[in-house]
Every structure is written in structure tokens, then in C-alpha cells.
Design a protein around this ligand. Structure first.
Ligand code: GN1
Ligand code: MG
Length: 370
């Protein structure tokens, strides 16, 4: 697909002067497009919505429309009322020239253009406690923004997303294939990871059990609040926007909480090769929680608080399981640039999970002070 011809179908002012690959997402293909005219520059983000991951990409766009409309209205009302200590931002959909929210190419793929959050950046790893605190504030504020979004206006973007029992079932089904058996048989490390999973099968159901017992209930969640989906203002250093809104839907805020922490408290990052560098950083955790609670603490019930530790332990386990299953299935879900990449990603997440388990008392203690 000629991307310049594609860009021409969208309503962006100015002349297209650059179009380059952008970001480090594992799912969608993302490009930055720069437009100039006599007085200004306009930077926008072009994305192909991954139709292997998302079964109905057009519904992803309907959801994005509903989420951004709801949040923009709320953000504007809060700004007018002077309720905020900063400008919170959110990407906007740029319409195609035919007024639709996306363009379908000749292969049937769905492309969208959204505004770029200017003078702000996201980082692949936490830069320190101040950054972690701002990530917490951004996620907490986002939870506030979506808390009153009507769930019935959203379609399920990704059935089974963050349902750990489902990932276990998928893993077991993959393990039964000859290809997976061969990969497992050929590697001591893969066997070690399989054992790691087996030892935690009942723990893996902790949040689902709490929902079934009525202790936790679903609210709205982001679904993918890892550190590089949290934009930080270049000028003030404050959190300013959550991006990657594809998975906003009814879910447990615990999943977001655990997912953000598994990414923020691992400064070695998701691709680290040297496992001894993968350690859960409690100072970053404390800072994140402080920022999060400042914005969203009032939503937290005692039952919610009781499951925070489990969510911190569960999300690296779950992501490690997803990476490992994908490795055994031949790398069909997460983008990879080498065959062992998903195996290594799984090793990192499981090491992080172990590091959390080793610090359980201390993490529970810091959570108890929130
Ligand atoms: C995927 O596309 P990206 O990189 O934002 C994945 C997340 C994982 C993350 C791990 C829809 O997110 O769940 O935590 O990779 N998104 C989906 O890097 O599966
Ligand atoms: Mg994503």
C-alpha cells in the first residue's frame, strides 16, 4: 500500500513532508506523518489496526469514537471549571475526506489517523520516581475520565483479553501440538518456564475468583497502560495523556494497576537479556501508587485494596504466559524480529513475577500505607 496515497484520503491540512515508522507497539503498524504549510506544522499518527489481533477492527474505531467523545467533553468541562492542575490531553480522530473515521484499503485493512500529542513523550522504561508518580497520576486521571462511560456503548474489542484462565486454556491447547512439543523438548529454559506456570495455576485465577465471589466488580479499564502508552509533557514533566485506546472496555481496574506496575517497576525493560537485571523496584512502585491514589484513590473500596498485591503479581505472570504461549505457537500474535524474542520476553516477565513474590511482605506493607 502506498502510504502517501492513503494519507491523501484523510483531511489533514498542509503538504506531506515526512512519513516514517513510529513507536514500539507490539500490535498495530504505526507511522508519523508531518505536514507543513506556510505558517505551521501539523504532526499526525497513521495506524493500521491489526486485524489478526482485533477480530472486528471497525468496532475498534466505533469504540474509539465513543471513548474520545466522552473524554473530550469531560476534559473540556473540567478545564472550563478550572478543576485541573494541568492540561490533560487525549488524541482526536482525524476524519477521512469522506467524513468516516477510517479508510479501508484494497486488502480490507483499516487505517486511521489521529492527532499526535505534541511537546510530550512516552518512555520505554521508567526514568525515576518522579516519572513513575506522573504515570500513576495519568492512569488514575484516565480511570476518573472513563469511570462514567456507559459500557453498553462499547463493543468487546478483544474477547478474552486479560482473562487469565482463558490464556491458560490456550496455552494448554498449544502445548498439545507437535510443533510446541518439539520446541519444549529442545530447550531446558522452555521446560523451566513451563514448570513456573504449572506451579502457579491456582494463583492465576485469583482475580477471576474475586469477581465470581462478588468481591470485585468490573468498571472501565484502559487494558494496556504500559509505560510507553503514558505521555509526559516535555515542558512540565507532568503526565498529560494516555494513548493506545484500542482496549478501553469494561474490566478490572486491578488489571490496569498491575499492568502499569509490571512495566514501570522493571527499569530493565521488556526485552532485557540479562535476567539478573530484572528486579521489581519498590521505590518506583511507591511513587506510582502515590500519583495513582491522588487521582483515583476515592474510587478504591477496601475490597479493591485487598487485591492490589495479587494484581501486581498476576500481570507479569499473565503477560509471561501470553509471550510463552506465542513462542510455542510460532509467534503468531506479538510482533517479533527474531524467533526467540517471545521466549526471552516470557523469561523477563516470570523473573519479575519471582522478584515480586520475594518482596511480598514489603510490597503489601507499602500498599497498606496508601
Ligand atoms: C501489546 O501494542 P502494545 O505494545 O501496546 C499487548 C499488551 C501487552 C504489551 C506488552 C492488545 O501492547 O497486552 O501488555 O503488548 N496488547 C494487546 O508489550 O494484546
Ligand atoms: Mg496496545
Amino acid at each position: 500500500m502506498d502510504l502517501t496515497i492513503l494519507m491523501d484520503k484523510f483531511n489533514v491540512k498542509g503538504r506531506l513532508v515526512a512519513l516514517t515508522q513510529f513507536g514500539n507497539g507490539n500490535i498495530n503498524d504505526t507511522y508519523l506523518a508531518i505536514y507543513r504549510n506556510t505558517f505551521t506544522e501539523n504532526q499526525v499518527v497513521l495506524q493500521k489496526v491489526n486485524n489478526l489481533v482485533f477480530p472486528h477492527p471497525e468496532e475498534i474505531m466505533e469504540n474509539m469514537h465513543a471513548v474520545t467523545r466522552h473524554c473530550h467533553e469531560k476534559l473540556e468541562a473540567d478545564a472550563v471549571a478550572g478543576r485541573d492542575d494541568r492540561v490533560w490531553q487525549m488524541p482526536r480522530i482525524i476524519k477521512a475526506k469522506d467524513s468516516s473515521d477510517y479508510v479501508v484499503d484494497e486488502k480490507g485493512d483499516i487505517w486511521r489517523v489521529i492527532t499526535r500529542i505534541m511537546s510530550a513523550h512516552a518512555f520505554d522504561v521508567a526514568q525515576g520516581p518522579e516519572h513513575a508518580l506522573e504515570c500513576g497520576a495519568a492512569l488514575g486521571h484516565f480511570h476518573y475520565l472513563i469511570s462514567d462511560l456507559d459500557p453498553s456503548v462499547l463493543k468487546d474489542p478483544l474477547p478474552g483479553f486479560h482473562v487469565t484462565s482463558g490464556y491458560l486454556a490456550e496455552y494448554d491447547a498449544t502445548l498439545a501440538t507437535p510443533e510446541a512439543k518439539a520446541l519444549l523438548g529442545a530447550s531446558m529454559e522452555a521446560k523451566r518456564l513451563a514448570k513456573f506456570i504449572d506451579e502457579r495455576r491456582s494463583f492465576a485465577l485469583c482475580l477471576e475468583g474475586a469477581v465470581a465471589r462478588g468481591e470485585l466488580s468490573r468498571r472501565m479499564f484502559h487494558g494496556d497502560p504500559k509505560v510507553n502508552n503514558i505521555m509526559i509533557d516535555d515542558v512540565t514533566g507532568k503526565g498529560t495523556a494516555m494513548i493506545d485506546l484500542d482496549t478501553v472496555s469494561p474490566g478490572l481496574v486491578h488489571v490496569d494497576f498491575g499492568d502499569a506496575l509490571r512495566s514501570i517497576c522493571n527499569p530493565a525493560g521488556e526485552e532485557e537479556q540479562n535476567l539478573s537485571k530484572v528486579v521489581f523496584d519498590e521505590d518506583l512502585c511507591t511513587a506510582f501508587c502515590k500519583g495513582y491514589m491522588r487521582e483515583a484513590g476515592s474510587f478504591m473500596t477496601d475490597a479493591d485494596r485487598a487485591y492490589l498485591y495479587d494484581s501486581i503479581r498476576l500481570l507479569p505472570f499473565e503477560l509471561g504466559l501470553r509471550f510463552f504461549r506465542d513462542y510455542l505457537a510460532g509467534n503468531v500474535y506479538f510482533k517479533t524480529s527474531r524467533p526467540e524474542q517471545n521466549l526471552n520476553r516470557a523469561r523477563v516477565q516470570f523473573r519479575l513475577c519471582e522478584s515480586i513474590e520475594a518482596r511480598e511482605r514489603s510490597i503489601r506493607n507499602l500498599l497498606g500505607k496508601l
